[in-house]
Design a protein around this ligand. Structure first.
Ligand SMILES: NC(=O)C1=CN([C@@H]2O[C@H](COP(=O)(O)OP(=O)(O)OC[C@H]3O[C@@H](n4cnc5c(N)ncnc54)[C@H](OP(=O)(O)O)[C@@H]3O)[C@@H](O)[C@H]2O)[C@@H](O)CC1
Ligand SMILES: Nc1ncnc2c1ncn2[C@@H]1O[C@H](COP(=O)(O)OP(=O)(O)OP(=O)(O)O)[C@@H](O)[C@H]1O
Ligand SMILES: [Mg+2]
Length: 368
């Protein structure tokens, strides 16, 4: 019994190492020798590594601020989404409205001129800035005039930048080269002002092709889906996604990008900043309708801001605010998705999940 306990505790330590290491092979040999051939050390290692499952509900309770009458508008969060173009108007709306539904005070959207009236028509709650430009609208311009347009776009965002607690860059942004060049300048501005940002959707397309834009910025969070993650791994680690060593690979990827936080979306959401790896596997919904990732990116922005506020107070949590924000957002989205699915089954849509965000958070952290 004692021997088995010591073997298990060694495997616990080993589960944070690369399973291909010679130390691990030696340890597997030891386990087989001590515990018999039917004992499967790899199964045990997997079970041990599941201890990285985060307690999302308790984190949600810790970082959600109380509704204090002494607080004024803006103190619960001012979020801005950079996204929305001719093709995609739903994604920036989902991200921005989710931020409000969770409890942020103000939610802005910076999108192209075509997308703005559409997004405004979805909701009067959002503050929509029609400032981004795509190549087609300036195709006749000289290089100098194009530069002027770019300066104007950057100026429009810059005058707001310091007021934001967090940006969400990418939902429904599209892949127009002129627009993406402007957005890369917006990222530089955010870094200069120390404003955290969540990069999602087409923002990840941009970042994958220019990793330096986020490298070593500790306030950057990347939220890749399956395709976006594959592209990041190929570009940064120069290899394919390895499902057998998912946690180690995610840790390496985050480390290689200088300690940014990555939330890898999937059956379980995996979160790492190159040091720790946490998972959130609360049962969500079997519906995979588009837009759920947009809810997540808007939610990460709010929870990250709240965790950041807590960090400057007396009850500062030891864990990094970006990691806490990702865990909280993932846990809440999954709970809301489960609730929406219970009500709507096969016809569950992203807007149904958004309607369940408030009830799900209330269940975990009641307003009064
Ligand atoms: N209601 C809405 O408004 C919603 C809008 N959404 C918004 O949609 C955008 C794309 O996000 P997504 O999640 O569809 O991207 P993803 O899974 O990587 O790609 C799937 C496949 O499509 C392809 N592909 C994509 N874009 C392409 C392009 N411009 N041109 C050519 N190919 C392109 C891609 O090909 P690949 O990149 O692998 O070459 C892959 O095969 C993003 O802005 C998101 O926020 C969503 O949030 C959902 C709700
Ligand atoms: N197979 C799955 N089982 C359960 N939940 C999942 C699964 N895949 C994704 N999710 C959940 O759905 C959320 C959105 O992830 P998804 O991979 O759909 O993002 P996305 O493709 O970026 O979405 P979007 O359509 O908004 O762009 C994640 O937080 C995750 O919790
Ligand atoms: Mg997405």
């Amino acid at each position: 019994m004692l021997v088995k306990h010591s073997v298990i505790s060694n495997i616990g330590r080993l589960s944070s190492l690369s399973p291909s290491s010679s130390v691990l092979r030696r340890q597997q040999f030891l386990v087989r020798t001590l515990c018999g051939s039917r004992f499967n050390p790899l199964k045990l290692i997997r079970a041990m590594s599941s201890t990285s499952e985060a307690d999302a509900e308790s984190i949600l309770r810790t970082i959600t601020p109380s509704l204090d009458p002494k607080r004024h508008k803006g103190q619960a969060g001012k979020i801005a989404v950079i996204g929305g173009c001719r093709e995609y108007t739903g994604a920036p709306y989902f991200a921005a409205i989710s931020a409000l539904k969770i409890g942020a005070d103000l939610s802005h959207v910076f999108c192209t001129k075509d997308a703005a009236p559409v997004i405004k028509s979805y909701s009067p709650e959002l503050i929509v800035h029609p400032v981004l430009e795509e190549s087609y609208s300036i195709s006749e311009f000289s290089e100098e005039d194009k530069r002027k347009v770019q300066d104007k776009v950057i100026g429009e965002v810059d005058k707001w930048m310091e007021r934001f607690d967090c940006l969400v860059i990418g939902p429904g942004l599209g892949r127009d080269p002129f627009l993406l060049e402007c957005v890369s300048k917006i990222m530089l501005l955010a870094k200069k002002s120390n404003v955290p940002f969540v990069v999602d959707g087409d923002g990840l397309f941009l970042v994958t092709n220019s990793v330096d834009l986020v490298k070593s910025y500790p306030l950057a969070v990347l939220t890749p889906n399956v395709n976006e993650y594959k592209r990041l791994v190929q570009k940064v680690l120069n290899c394919e996604v390895d499902e057998q060593n998912a946690e180690d690979q995610l840790r390496s990827l985050a480390k290689q990008i200088g300690g940014v936080t990555i939330l890898r979306k999937g059956k379980s959401d995996l979160i790492s900043n190159g040091e720790t790896v946490k998972s959130v596997s609360i049962y969500g919904s079997p519906r995979r309708c588009g837009g759920q990732g947009d809810i997540l990116s808007g939610s990460v922005a709010v929870f990250l801001s709240w965790a950041q506020q807590l960090k400057s107070g007396p009850e500062s949590p030891s864990e990094n605010p970006a990691i806490l924000g990702c865990i909280a957002a993932s846990g809440l989205l999954r709970k809301a998705a489960a609730l929406a699915f219970a009500k709507h089954k096969r016809s569950t849509l992203t807007s149904d999940i958004i309607e369940c965000l408030g009830e799900s958070l209330e269940d975990i952290s009641p307003a009064s």
